[in-house]
Write a protein that binds this ligand. Structure first.
Ligand code: CTP
Length: 417
């Protein structure tokens, strides 16, 4: 078991916005992961969601005011006990009260006493998110160490759309886990860098994810296995570190679009090539996490290929190598990161094959995963090595795909001019 997966004491702060209903789903996920969750709701949050819902899901009474359980001095005890404070949603009003250091209810008092990571997940109308007051408050809170997520864009309460939408609950749970993993490694006496610094602000990043699929006929495809989870985690983490992210996704598992990311869907390798090269024109970094299909049928059958007496032979031809094109393209130099899924054999280890691939592909960094039964593919967690063209090599310990992504971005940020 990974240390971060041991049960933790989490305060889930809920403030009064329509997105409060999604906090129930976040709560359910945290409980399913085995954590103890204390819901601290503002009075206005309880106008949106009844306390009974939170109580049934958390197995604990909901707390709101500083005058409940006074003998336990809850406004201090809660903050001291918490290993993570998660604010879902964080309304403009809550962000403003946090910035001022107010202690006018149990949630803000708890925030003043907590010394653990605080993850604020804003949700509000675009005008409120973009108002200079909110922009300043978010900048102040980030400077003080609070992780304030970028909201998603999309449908808001009414028919209006724009940035301000709460990221989807699985994404919030992924970032909560990332902060718990980080907390675990620092409390173990390590000197881990913080996983979500705003060090990619002003950078343009392209990430490819998932597999590509080449149609053989109207119903069949030739493709690569990939859930897309690692590429999605790379895109999510980069966006929350401030980058302007384009995610080019091929065939993937059932994943929600990451918040604050420009998502482009493709199917074939040639479509992926065009989308990646186009988005990469102005990019500082390109990460090819996709499992790209190396071959395609020479011809697409217009009708369904019939079973017949014998299995058909399907002639194949090579697809373009996107990574090779990226490193040989005649454009201003950008940092290119490749991925390699390898198995070792009697001729060499996974790392030997990874090092050879790094040289062959000519990229700056290569993430090497050992694959095989129960490893990497379709798994929640991942591990491997990060090899540099400069001869460097770093182990990527077993952890969430977001944690692996954070380490990759650390290495990228170090190498950016
Ligand atoms: N890649 C690519 N275009 C291809 C094939 C692979 O851009 N046509 C990228 C992948 O996204 C990955 C890296 O190259 O970042 C390595 O992928 P892999 O499939 O391991 O490389 P191959 O060159 O196909 O090597 P192998 O002979 O081991 O299959």
């Amino acid at each position: 078991m990974i240390e971060s997966d041991r049960p933790r004491e989490i305060v889930l702060g809920v403030s009064g916005g329509i997105a409060a209903y999604k906090s129930c789903e976040v709560l359910r996920r945290l409980r399913e992961a085995g954590h103890h969750v204390q819901v601290v709701a503002t009075r206005s949050a309880l106008e949106f969601i009844g306390a009974a819902t939170f109580e049934a899901l958390s197995g604990r009474p909901v707390m709101t005011g500083v005058f409940e359980n006074v003998h336990d001095v809850e406004h201090v005890a809660l903050g001291r006990r918490a290993e993570l404070v998660l604010l879902v949603p964080a309304t403009a009003d809550l962000l403003a009260r946090m910035t001022q250091g107010r202690a006018d209810d149990l949630l803000t008092s708890t925030l003043l006493t907590a010394r653990c990571p605080v993850l604020a997940v804003p949700a509000m109308h675009t005008e409120m998110w973009e108002h200079p007051a909110t922009v300043d408050n978010v900048a102040t809170l980030r400077r003080r160490g609070t992780v304030v997520l970028e909201p998603a864009s999309g449908r808001l309460t009414g028919a209006d759309t724009g940035p301000g939408r709460l990221p989807e609950p699985p994404e919030i749970a992924e970032f909560a886990r990332l902060l718990l993993e980080w907390g675990a490694s620092t409390s173990a006496g390590g000197t881990e860098p913080f996983p979500l610094p705003r060090d990619l602000e002003g950078r343009r990043v392209v990430v490819s994810a998932g597999g590509t699929a080449e149609p053989l006929d109207p119903v069949r495809t030739l493709g690569n296995r990939s859930s897309g989870r690692q590429g999605y985690a790379l895109a999510r983490v980069a966006a929350q570190r401030g980058a302007d992210v384009t995610l080019v996704a091929g065939t993937i598992a059932d994943l929600d679009p990451p918040a604050a990311v420009d998502l482009r869907r493709v199917q074939t390798t040639r479509e992926m090539r065009d989308a990646v090269l186009d988005a990469s024109k102005a990019a500082d970094v390109v990460v090819m996490a996709a499992a790209v299909s190396d071959f395609r049928p020479t011809a697409l059958s217009a009708g369904k290929i019939k079973k017949g007496e014998e299995p058909p032979s399907i002639p194949l031809e090579f697809n373009p190598d996107i990574l090779r094109e990226l490193v040989t393209e005649d454009v201003p130099r950008r940092l290119v990161v490749g991925f390699a899924a390898e198995t070792g054999d009697e001729h060499g280890s996974v790392l030997d094959y990874g090092r050879a691939k790094l040289e062959r592909k000519g990229c700056d960094l290569l993430v090497v995963n050992a694959v095989g039964a129960g490893k990497a593919f379709e798994m929640e967690d991942n591990e491997g090595w990060l090899l540099g063209a400069d001869g460097s090599s770093m182990s990527l310990p077993m952890g969430s795909k977001a944690a692996l992504a954070a380490r990759v971005w650390d290495a990228v940020a170090e190498r950016l001019p």
